[in-house]
Each structure stands twice: as C-alpha cells, then as structure tokens.
Design a binder for this molecule. Sequence first.
Ligand code: URA
Ligand code: SF4
Length: 233
Amino acid sequence: MDNKRRLHYLEAMGIDVWLPRASVPSRQPLSSEVVPNDAEPETTTESTTDKWVALQTEVAKCTKCTLCKTRTQTVFGAGNKQAGWMLVGEAPGQHEDEQGQPFVGNAGLLLTEMLRAMGLTREEVFITNIVKCRPPNNRDPHADEIESCNDYLQRQQKLIQPKIILAIGRIAAQTLLKTDEPLASLRGKVHTLNNTPVVVIYHPAYLLRSLSEKRKAWLDLKLAMQTVKDSEG
Ligand code: URA
Ligand code: SF4
C-alpha cells in the first residue's frame, strides 16, 4: 500500500492524520512502498526505476547497524539490473569501501575471470554482497549486521528477478540458505531461495590461496551454467 493510500485509509477509518511537512521526507520511501506486500494487491504506481533509486538512496545513508560508523561509503552492488545472474558475496573489503564498487580488489579480478570462463561479463550480471558496508579489518560480518542488511538484498532480488543466484563463499551461502552447513556440503547442489535456484561457489579470495581447488571451482561454475540452461528449457 502506498503512503497516499494508507493515509486515505486511515482518514476513512476516522483516524486523524496530521503530518507536519518536515516529518515527511520527500524521497525516503516507506518500506511497504518499495516492497510490495504479497498479501495485498499492488497499488503503487512507482516504476521499477523509482524503486531502484529509492533503494539506492536508502542504502547510501543507512545507519541500521554499527558498520555505518566505520565505512567510507556503502557498496550497493553493480551491474545489470535485469540480469539473469545475481552474484552475492560476503562484504566489501578495503578496495570496495574506497571505491564504492563490489569485488574490485584481487578477488574481484579472479571473479571477473570466472565469469569470463562462463561466457559472461561483469556488465551482464549483477554483483552485490550480504552486507553493504565493510566490516572493520575485514572481519566476518556479525549475525545482527547481516540481519539488519538483509532487507536490501531481498529487495534487490525482487527487482532483478534473476534466473540464478551464485552464493560466493561460505558466509554468503550460509546466510542465503539459512544454514550452518560447511561449504563443502553446500556446493555441488542446486538450492532454492524464493523460487530462484542458488548455486554455491568458492570465494575467489579462497581460490587465490588454494589454487588446488580450481578444478572443483570449475565444476561449480559448470553446475551453474547447466542450471540456467535447464531453466530456459
Ligand atoms: N569479497 C567479497 O565478498 N565481496 C567484495 O565485494 C569483495 C571481496
Ligand atoms: Fe545499513 Fe547494511 Fe551498512 Fe549496516 S551494513 S549500515 S544495515 S547498509
């Protein structure tokens, strides 16, 4: 329900709504305005572009968790907003925090190569992370930070509607699939999230340290390609 309609309903129910102008931020969307509530018919006429702008604006100034205190800037994600492939990493590192873009350090270079091996470019896919702000000293994001940030990821998935999600590394995989299982038992299978297939791949930062896993990494990418092919019939 959009804000105008909500006010209308409240007024119709006899609830006196008075909002001073200053308390109504012009481009700060209410979450229900941006995320359609499945239980209600879609009443907003907000375009997909507006939803992206609203979401991006919201993330850029987010202070929902303490990572906002140490970040240089948020890292929203980058790539094609109608991508068939959505890639989800763990968290921005130092370079990402400095540049505001995901996967721009060494791990990012290898990720670009992994995409190339599948015949994909970074411009064709959408890449983001579980949390949009860099954890200090690149520590793992805490559960409460992941929880605070999760809504943004959900909204990105809803807007993109990818054919496949690649969970990059253990943290992304465990978060997306809501499990504590080790990476070894999560890779090699097709999972699902909101009806979208999810394939777990090794984190490129890990592969840079353990090149012996490269062959298995390629098996994961092949599974992902096959999954997309199958979904296209
Ligand atoms: N590692 C990640 O998980 N995400 C990035 O954006 C960069 C490195
Ligand atoms: Fe907000 Fe996410 Fe950054 Fe926390 S990590 S401040 S929830 S954008």
